[in-house]
Design a protein around this ligand. Structure first.
Ligand code: 6R9
Length: 652
């Protein structure tokens, strides 16, 4: 794999430390073309957000206070009444923008739909009325487990319209993962589909949902969208087809005026324990954060065709496929399936077909395209593109330069955007009309955001020195908590340094103040831009009765960033075989989802542990990545490491 990436002769580029200035034409037309914006935000950051909240959002009732900061609890725009779906739909339709395309949708098998803002508003109202008919009230949680079809944003916005927080569960997650999220959120209704398409296969969403619902008790009704048309079981009294309940509803459904701090959604993300955290996002501040960053960082103009190629099941899709773009009355592309189906040029044909002007994707996808080769992009006309974005993990300079050269034709700025499920909005990123780009750096904090790199004591570190990335000031789209677990909220984010948000990432700054992200500093892996906790995978492994113990680490991978490497100790009467390894890999995929399937499983008689019995994953990481071993003095039994080391080598 590494050979093919290096084959494309970009090593020479790698040695360049070129700085990429904003092209003059781009700068002239950019939404933000003066660095004064940073100064303005710093002079008075509350006044900065106040002015924007008034100019960017529609309010049913004005707020009384911009920010109420009681660390670690923030309330933004308190006293105001707002509705997110009204801001995303009604206001555009009411001002004559109903005919504009909201989504060009492309199904994996090649079917297409064009959805206007007026269409979307009508469908959202009907879906909201269907939810009401099923007894969903303001505050009730609705779980959504759907493929990437237009009905997914419809369902989310319908929830937002009536004040029912949604929790979207990525369609690639398993029945167990879905059940866990339903149980934690106590969702009353589940919206799903018979299935979705992925690489020419059907993902059996309804079947998974049925399995999940055996282990949950809160869900009273299930709405099922027909997407694939294959046979599914429908439980009488519980399951209702979307086409039997949504289309015949009235089109009359006024948006509910909700408090600024009303919960908009919950989104589960991996932390350092086996139990995913339900990140709470609320209405007004979140909407301001995502719409403003979308408008300024992607330099959104009315004529743009914008494509964020993430899945809506992740925060990137929530903020930058649904809420940000719709609030900005943007035309977006949604593509249902895999990037290499039916061939590796699928993305480039979509860009050519819809004349996409802005593409936002992840380094792992870029590296996969690098592996497949630039000829697929070169076979298509990508001249409509004017801006490229990256998110999900640090982008290595090779991938940045490949993206810039082969996709952007050396004319499009690349915005590398650092943020998290918890931050809700992009926090560190270039502004493409003013920022001089350095490949591999996310550059500077967004105006109004205060980021720092600190040492163990919380002191800022000098340029060139690595440390912890922290955020020192509240921001409007910040998480408001972990659902049902206030202690964990304080513990995870606000305990390491007083009144400062701890991101879990390492970073350093250079002499010019550019931020360079260094990856997670906790037990969270980043596989293809997806967060997976080592402990989640370990729990899935030891769930198999033949496994005594497991330790999981991220191993460097050219395409996926990290790959999951599991060290497994079997019970004494179990024979280690390649078949068992395969079974365990599948078991993890079933328990969590295919993205968590370990790439490699190694059977080992023992694991390196401290005297207090803590597994030293750091050493396993060193072994797996073939690095010099770090400090081994705290090991209870140093010979274990040698044993594993020689076994790993023999196995490669
Ligand atoms: C949006 C999203 C968050 C974690 C984050 C960090 C990594 C995201 C990055 C990046 C370096 C970037 N990350 N963007 N690292 N440069 N531009 O991905 O949210 O799924 O919660 O993951 O992803 O490690 O802490 P989420």
């Amino acid at each position: 794999m590494s050979d093919s990436i290096h084959d494309i002769a970009i090593e020479s580029l790698m040695k360049e430390e070129r700085i990429f200035d904003p092209p003059e034409e781009f700068r002239k037309r950019a939404n933000i073309n003066s660095p004064d914006i940073y100064k303005k935000a710093e002079e008075n950051f509350e006044a900065f957000w106040d002015e924007l909240a008034k100019s960017e959002l529609h309010w049913f009732e004005p707020y009384q206070k911009v920010l109420d900061w009681n660390p670690p609890y923030a309330r933004w725009f308190d006293g105001g009444k707002i509705n997110v779906s009204y801001n995303c739909l009604d206001r555009h339709v009411l001002s004559g923008g109903g005919d504009k395309i909201a989504y060009y949708w492309e199904g994996e098998p090649g079917d297409t739909r064009e959805v206007t803002y007026a269409d979307l508003l009508r469908d959202v109202k009907k879906c909201a009325n269907a939810l009401k008919q099923l007894g969903v009230q303001k505050g009730d949680r609705v779980a959504i487990y759907m493929p990437m079809v237009p009905e997914l944003p419809v369902a989310m916005l319908a929830c937002a319209r009536i004040g029912a927080p949604h929790t979207v569960v990525f369609g690639g997650f398993s029945a167990d993962a879905l059940a866990g999220r339903i149980n934690d959120s106590q969702a009353k209704v589940l919206i799903t589909a018979d299935g979705g398409y992925r690489k020419g296969n059907i993902v059996p969403l309804k079947k998974n949902a049925d399995e999940a619902l055996k282990n949950t008790s809160s869900v009273e009704k299930v709405i099922v969208l027909k997407r694939t048309g294959h046979d599914v079981d429908m439980t009488p009294g519980r399951d209702i087809w979307w086409h039997d309940i949504v289309p015949n509803q009235s089109e009359d459904c006024p948006a509910e005026p909700l408090d600024s701090e009303h919960m908009l959604y919950l989104l589960y993300t991996s932390g350092t324990t086996a139990k995913p955290k339900g990140i709470v996002h609320t209405s007004a501040g979140y909407l301001l954060g995502v719409s403003l960053t979308h408008k300024w960082i992607f330099d959104i103009k009315p004529e743009d065709v914008y494509w964020c190629a993430a899945d809506i099941g992740w925060v990137t899709g929530h903020s930058y496929i649904v809420y940000g773009p719709l609030a900005n009355h943007t035309t977006s592309v949604i593509y249902e399936g895999a990037p290499d189906y039916p061939g590796p040029d699928r993305w480039w044909s979509i860009i050519e077909k819809y004349k996409v002007t802005i593409l936002y994707t992840a380094p792992t996808a870029i590296r996969a395209h690098m592996k497949w080769g630039p000829q697929h992009a070169q076979a298509h006309d990508l001249s409509s593109l004017r801006l490229l974005g990256s998110v999900g993990e640090p982008i290595n300079p090779e991938a940045w330069l490949w993206y810039y050269k082969y996709i952007g034709g050396e004319r499009c700025p690349v915005v590398d955007t650092w943020w998290q499920t918890e931050t809700g909005m992009i926090m560190i990123s270039p502004l493409p009309g003013i920022t001089r780009l350095k490949p591999g750096s996310a550059t500077f904090p967004f105006p109004g955001v205060q980021a720092d790199v600190v040492d163990e004591q919380g002191n800022s570190v000098p340029p060139g020195v690595g440390g912890y990335l922290v955020l020192k000031r509240p921001w409007p789209a910040m998480l408001r908590g972990i659902y049902g677990d206030p202690d964990r909220y304080v513990q995870t984010y606000w305990s390491r340094f007083p009144d400062v948000y701890f991101s879990g990432d390492g970073a350093k700054r250079d002499e010019e103040g550019y931020f360079w992200l260094l990856g997670r500093v906790d037990d969270v892996m980043n596989v293809s831009g997806h967060r997976i906790s080592t402990i989640e995978v370990e729990s899935a492994l030891v769930d198999d009765p033949r496994v005594a113990e497991a330790a999981v680490i991220g191993q460097h991978d050219e395409v996926t960033g990290e790959a999951i490497f599991a060290f497994v100790i079997l019970k004494s009467d179990v024979e280690p075989t390649p078949e068992l390894g395969e079974e365990l890999r599948q078991h993890v995929a079933r328990k969590i989802g295919p993205i968590a399937r370990p790439k490699r499983i190694m059977f080992t008689p023992d694991l390196p542990k401290t005297r207090s019995g803590k597994i030293m994953r750091r050493l396993l990481r060193d072994i797996a990545n073939d690095r010099q071993l770090g400090d081994t003095t705290t090991l209870a039994d140093a010979s274990v490491v040698e044993l594993i080391q020689s076994a790993t080598k023999a196995n490669v």
